[in-house]
Design a binder for this molecule. Structure first.
Ligand SMILES: [Zn+2]
Length: 99
């Protein structure tokens, strides 16, 4: 869709890609250029910011275990949570761009 594309062009990263990068971002394992795009996306996408905060909180709740030590099961749960939101985020972006 045209609207969605415009939003993507702003950041070069879609929300779905951001979701996949969150784990590496928090572990500071992103390439500098990727990290820049990631942060740029966060600056215009409140949904991804709140996801990042949710993710961080979840990490904190699992009690100062390192993100690396989060069981894959938990990690997948978090990612699934975001993916479920993505369709809504996409629709929201579309509305935002078109109105
Ligand atoms: Zn986003």
């Amino acid at each position: 869709m045209a609207g969605r594309k415009a939003a993507e062009a702003l950041t070069n990263k879609t929300c779905k890609q951001i979701a996949d990068l969150v784990f590496n971002y928090l572990n500071d394992k992103l390439e500098p250029a990727v990290k820049r795009d990631f942060q740029r996306h966060l600056s215009i996408c409140p949904d991804c910011v709140s996801f990042l905060n949710t993710y961080k909180k979840t990490v904190a709740v699992t009690r100062s275990v390192r993100a690396e030590e989060i069981p894959p099961k938990v990690r997948n749960k978090i990612l699934a949570f975001l993916r479920k939101r993505i369709s809504r985020v996409g629709a929201y972006l579309l509305i935002l761009v078109l109105t």
